[in-house]
Design a protein around this ligand. Structure first.
Ligand SMILES: Cc1ncc(COP(=O)(O)O)c(C=O)c1O
Length: 471
């Protein structure tokens, strides 16, 4: 039998009508007032999660620590504002994210820059804005950055991103960013690319090396995965030492799981996408805390560095901070049944528009208007797009559901809003909730937003275009 987490796991409650509530507000009322699809952000819980993460990292390590929130995970400005006030710095991977970080008030020295495709113009901008660290992803990028610095007499502070060729047990191939064969990220440790870069660095007078970075994937539930990946530090330390370089910073990336969702394994993905067998949900009642992760990582670092040479530890969490603190409301508009074949719940959001991560992750789906109705039938929950794969979940065990009832996809804080699309439908609004109020932090897209990048002067006069788009 499928195991369903209790709504308390997300800090939700119920009212006397049996409706799910967040803060003091009924999710059904929120859906009515703002319309669906609608993301709901639990702002107090988000702030608390971020502070706790930072606190736990700090208390278990004798050296310096910094937490750089991975903007890619959820770049809603109101979310970033909360995380910034909780003391998290920024990790960005594109010019857009860099602009956003600066716009949100971050100083260059609080920003680190990742990503495999840093163009020359992006690197220029990073130097102009004096970002704290550029995390170099390839030999080619290192040489390109050096050329810019030499030509313009500028300096850059860098880490080298390493591909440790380590895949946490059970992680699907799409998430395994530390795999040598499976993805292009980072310098190939086994192939000797790291040694080549380190040797080049000796001659690069404008490039200042501070240490190493890796990011081994997402949805990691076992703290020991970090120590296993950190084993490559022994080799890195000796490469750096031989070249006369000190390791002052070790950046262990992000990847910490949200304990209320989970990534599907390769096998589960195969069975689910190929044979429609949806695996069961989150299995563990007991799961590692931030402190467990932090302690394991700190102890492993202590193993490789003497106390008086402890490097600064950088963390780049995304998912574990934001995921459990936002969810997505969908309305079931139609119910369709082909007896003996299948029953569909037709909602206003699926992976074609707003739930892309449900393709490869397990998320719980709750009934908002009757939280305790028993789960009695398997249904396929789909979205509104004319696209056979516009599905939330196939064969999901749910209560009997009727048109106009409201579902909550738990949780939607990580990578949902980042990856949503306007495939035939406007992108949804986001509302933020605290104990005493709720308010829009992003309005839904309008027709105008969906069309104002287009030039269609053959069909329409300039005045009409101006009237629709305002430019
Ligand atoms: C370099 C880097 N750091 C941090 C993260 C954040 O990962 P997560 O959301 O799993 O914590 C990512 C995600 O892709 C990443 O690529």
């Amino acid at each position: 039998m499928e195991k369903v987490l209790h709504h308390n796991n997300w800090g939700l409650d119920t009212n006397p009508k049996g409706e799910l509530t967040v803060g003091n507000f009924s999710t059904v009322d929120l859906a009515k007032e703002y319309g669906t699809p609608l993301h709901v952000l639990n702002e107090l819980r988000l702030e608390e999660t971020a502070r706790k993460f930072r606190e736990n990292i700090r208390t278990v390590y004798a050296g310096k620590t910094s937490v750089h929130y991975a903007f890619k995970c959820n770049s809603i400005p109101a979310v970033i504002r909360i995380l910034r006030s909780a003391g998290l710095k920024a990790e960005v991977m594109s010019e857009f994210e860099l602009d956003l970080a600066l716009h949100m008030g971050y100083e260059g020295e609080e920003i680190i820059v990742n990503g495999p495709c840093k163009t020359d113009s992006f690197l220029h901008k990073c130097l102009d804005k004096e970002v704290r660290l550029i995390i170099v992803d390839s030999l080619d990028e290192l040489q390109g950055l050096n050329q810019i610095c030499v030509a313009e007499g500028r300096d850059a502070d860098i880490l080298l991103r390493i591909n440790p060729d380590y895949i946490p047990k059970g992680m699907n191939s799409g998430s395994a960013t530390g795999s040598r064969k499976g993805c292009a990220f980072g310098l190939d440790l086994k192939g000797g690319e790291v040694s080549i870069c380190v040797n080049l660095l000796k001659e690069m007078k404008h490039i200042h090396f501070h240490g190493f970075h890796f990011h081994i994937g997402t949805g990691i539930r076992d703290p020991r995965d970090y120590s296993r990946a950190l084993r490559c530090l022994a080799q890195l330390c000796s490469i750096a030492r031989t070249a006369g370089l000190a390791i002052r910073i070790v950046d262990i990336g992000g990847g910490f799981a949200s304990m209320t969702t989970r990534e599907l394994t390769n096998g589960e993905l195969l069975f689910y996408q190929g044979f429609e067998r949806l695996p069961s949900g989150v299995k563990h009642d007991k799961y590692p805390t931030f402190e467990d992760f932090a302690r394991e990582i700190s102890n492993t670092i202590l193993h490789y560095f003497p106390m008086d040479e402890l490097p600064e530890l950088l963390y780049e969490p995304g998912r574990c901070i934001v995921s459990p603190n936002q969810f997505l409301l969908l309305t079931v508009h139609r119910v369709k049944e082909r007896p003996g074949v299948r029953k569909w719940l037709i909602t206003d959001g699926g992976l074609g528009t707003v739930t892309l991560p449900t393709f490869y992750e397990y998320h719980e789906v709750l009934l908002c208007n009757d939280a305790f109705r028993p789960r009695t039938e398997k249904v396929t929950i789909i979205g509104p797009v004319c696209f056979a794969s516009d599905i939330v979940y196939r064969n999901k065990l749910m209560p009997r559901i009727y048109p106009e009832e409201v579902l909550a996809v738990m949780d939607s804080g990580a990578y949902f809003t980042s990856m949503e699309s306007s495939f035939g439908f406007p992108r949804p609004a986001i509302v933020s909730v605290n104990r005493s109020s709720h308010y829009l932090i992003r309005r839904a897209e309008h027709f105008k937003d969906m069309i104002c990048r287009d030039f269609f002067s053959n069909q329409i006069s300039e005045e009409v275009h101006h009237e629709i788009c305002g430019h």
